[in-house]
Design a protein around this ligand. Structure first.
Ligand code: F6R
Length: 255
């Protein structure tokens, strides 16, 4: 791995596989450290393609008996709104299949915003979600991907630095990118619940994953554009312990 850095976002150029190993090591240390101190490690998680190699690595270690994640507490970044509670396309269902069931994480230790709420209920649920994060002692390490338009969580362009968990409308690019999972863009939910930028920046460590040529332009913008709501991922540069894992394809000309 070759560490380089911008002022506050450490960039680690590596392979997707080595990033998964490094991050799994860091998570294992957090869990072990929590146990020594008699508290649960609190992990912030993302869905999407970017963290899949990490979840695969965590599942492999759990299967081989070298990692026990069962006493961790998790909070996912976001969830679609407007789906039945047990919809297989919900982020909750995807997290079960890609991680929770494979590492023995009991459902009551995992938090994913609900997908089956109407607007009035969603606002209260969002408030409670923030309180639950606080009650758990805050997030030790938040895993993130970056959307093609620079969103983190579902904080689409225009989302401010002080936003908290709330209902949002998905941007056109986000709907397009989700189309294949919903049989076309017309089937994609238009609204979602997401942790806010302020919620994300309160996590003690941020670990961001971006691989492949499709991420090249947004990685460049995240690192180079002025910090602000036009590219919400630029706010990651204001965090004191944020690390971006990229492969050579995503870093492009900056190598
Ligand atoms: C997912 C999430 C999104 C994704 C982003 C990148 O929970 O919050 O911000 O991280 O859209 O998606 P992938 O990894 O599929 O490229």
């Amino acid at each position: 791995m070759t560490p380089t850095s911008t002022p506050t976002l450490e960039v680690v150029t590596t392979t997707e596989r080595d990033a998964a190993r490094a991050l799994a090591d860091e998570i294992a240390e957090l869990v072990a450290d929590g146990r020594r101190r008699g508290r649960s490690a609190v992990l912030g998680l993302a869905t999407g393609r970017s963290p899949l190699a990490l979840y695969e690595e965590l599942a492999r270690r759990a299967r081989e008996g070298t990692l026990d994640l069962s006493d961790a507490i998790t909070f996912n970044l976001d969830e679609y709104l407007g789906l039945p509670a047990d919809d297989p396309r919900s982020f909750r269902a995807r997290m079960r299949a890609t991680l929770f069931e494979r590492v023995g994480l009991r459902e009551d230790r995992t938090h994913v915003p609900r997908c089956d709420l109407r607007t009035a209920e969603a606002a209260l649920h969002a408030e409670i979600y923030e309180r639950e994060i606080a009650r758990a002692g805050g997030i030790d390490l938040q895993v993130l991907g970056i959307g093609r338009n620079g969103h983190i969580g579902f904080n689409e362009p225009g989302s401010g630095r002080d936003t908290r968990t709330r209902e949002v409308e998905l941007a056109r690019e986000t709907v397009e990118d989700a189309a294949s999972a919903f049989g076309g863009a017309g089937g994609v939910p238009r609204r979602a619940l997401t942790m806010g930028i302020a919620t994300i920046l309160e996590a003690r460590r941020l670990r961001v994953l971006a691989f492949g040529p499709g991420k090249r332009e947004i990685v460049r913008r995240t690192l180079e554009e002025g910090i602000g709501p036009a590219v919400p991922a630029t706010f990651l540069r204001e965090h004191g312990d944020a690390r971006l894992y990229v492969d050579a394809a995503a870093l492009g000309a900056r190598l």
